[in-house]
Design a protein around this ligand. Structure first.
Ligand code: GLC
Length: 422
């Protein structure tokens, strides 16, 4: 009897000692597609290895809402977040609230895309570690293009005609839910990406150029928005005005759209067992704006950061280092199509087998269109907000493109600190 009691006391003491050393970190995981599962399982592996614990905070899949949540928590100095995922356009906005990760990452800095490291360096501080990179892509239904003997469209004009033809023919054959083209039209950061791609594809620039000139009021940009506004209600459901990435994926993955604009993560989830479009999808660069236009893909991606208010910054940095290791980035690329931020992984045969398109994506990262987040710094979200609202007004028919862009340009000029963005 005594022996059993002694053993129970000894086990209880051992457990207490074990848990006394364990720390719980709070990690924000994304929620689009299978991001959450993949992020949580990687973090659990770290917890297991180090004897610590991780609690998960789920992030809204609308990045504008995620930013609002972070700003609210961080501005109050909350210790409720240790490790955060931040969007590629936020380092300038959140730098003051984040820990410098350079002393932790040390020599590993050289493993990542230099442009991504430059993006995350604010005032000499490395405020985040690049976790995955993405660019806008055109998804299409291979089976439907083959059925109608149509090519992957090279221009928006071709896309409009092909989408219309297949949509009409499929509807006439009884598939009344079929649409030509789905994308992100809600008034949020995702629309900034889509609209910037249209504008840039018609040689209309990138809102504010790197020298700080507000360039958005130009004929190419107006043509781009006019073209997109004509899709709404014809080849695109009107509900697109409230679509984010996941809503567009829902329609395409159910088999109800010929084309979709989205990010690489959709590849993996739309090709999983049980997906109605498994094996029927192709991906291509987004089309050019007319014969004189260019292909343009917005540059996106997410980065891992440590909150300045974390009670355990050293341990939080260790979790960041683990999650952004080549091993975990490879796993996430294979399982969930998240493009690695470590260039050497683009030669990895498992990564390329799971995502044949990734080899072609590598050179596009240097030509992709960056949003004006560096030049706008702390004011980027206001710039983006004004741009997506102007685009949304044109798409919904409440404003004409030229007038909306002239108003936007004047307003962005007023927003510039001391009247200048440079
Ligand atoms: C994707 C991109 C991100 C962008 C967002 C917009 O998550 O990675 O950079 O801001 O989409 O919805």
């Amino acid at each position: 009897m005594f022996k059993i009691r002694a053993a129970v006391v000894a086990i209880a003491a051992a457990l207490a000692a074990g848990s006394a050393g364990a720390t719980t970190l709070r990690l924000v995981c994304g929620s689009s597609g299978i991001d959450q599962n993949s992020c949580e399982s990687a973090a659990k592996a770290w917890a297991q290895k180090t004897g610590n614990q991780v609690e998960f905070v789920s992030m809204p899949n609308n990045s504008s809402e995620a930013l609002a949540l972070y700003e609210q928590l961080l501005s109050s100095g909350s210790d409720k977040l240790d490790v955060l995922q931040i969007d590629t356009v936020w380092p300038g906005i959140l730098a003051g609230q984040l820990v410098d990760l350079k002393p932790y990452l040390k020599d590993r800095i050289a493993d990542y895309f230099p442009s991504a490291i430059a993006n995350d360096t604010v005032g000499g501080k490395l405020v985040a570690v690049p976790w995955y990179i993405d660019t806008g892509m055109l998804y299409y239904r291979k089976d439907l293009l083959e059925k109608y003997h149509m090519k992957v469209p090279a221009s928006w004009e071709e896309l409009t005609a092909t989408a219309r033809k297949i949509q009409d023919a499929e509807r006439a054959a009884g598939d009344e839910k079929m649409w030509g083209y789905v994308w992100q039209g809600r008034a949020y950061e995702g629309l900034t990406c889509d609209a910037l791609e249209w504008v840039s594809s018609y040689n209309g620039g990138s809102i504010i150029d790197a020298q700080g000139h507000v360039t958005i009021d130009n004929p190419g940009a107006a043509k781009a928005l006019e073209t997109a506004s004509k899709w709404v209600g014809t080849i695109t459901p009107k509900a697109v005005l409230n679509y984010g990435e996941e809503e567009a994926r829902g329609v395409f993955q159910s088999g109800d759209a010929v084309f979709m604009r989205n990010w690489p993560y959709v590849w993996s989830i739309a090709n999983k067992d049980g997906s109605p479009v498994k094996g029927k999808i192709g991906v291509a660069p987004l089309p050019k704006g007319g014969a004189d236009g260019q292909q343009a893909a917005a540059l996106g991606g997410w980065h891992l950061a440590v909150s300045r208010y974390s009670p355990n910054p050293k341990l939080a940095a260790d979790l960041v280092l683990y999650l952004s290791s080549a091993e975990v980035e490879k796993q996430r690329a294979v399982d969930a199509s998240f493009n690695p931020t470590i260039p050497s992984l683009y030669k990895d045969k498992d990564v390329l087998k799971a995502n044949p398109f990734m080899a072609d994506m590598l050179p596009t990262f240097s030509t992709a269109v960056a949003r004006p987040s560096t030049v706008a710094g702390t004011k980027y979200n206001q710039v983006s907000n004004q741009f997506w609202n102007a685009a949304h007004d044109v798409l919904s028919g409440s404003a004409g493109a030229s007038a909306a862009l002239a108003r936007l340009a004047a307003s962005l000029q007023r927003l510039a600190p001391n009247g200048e963005w440079h």
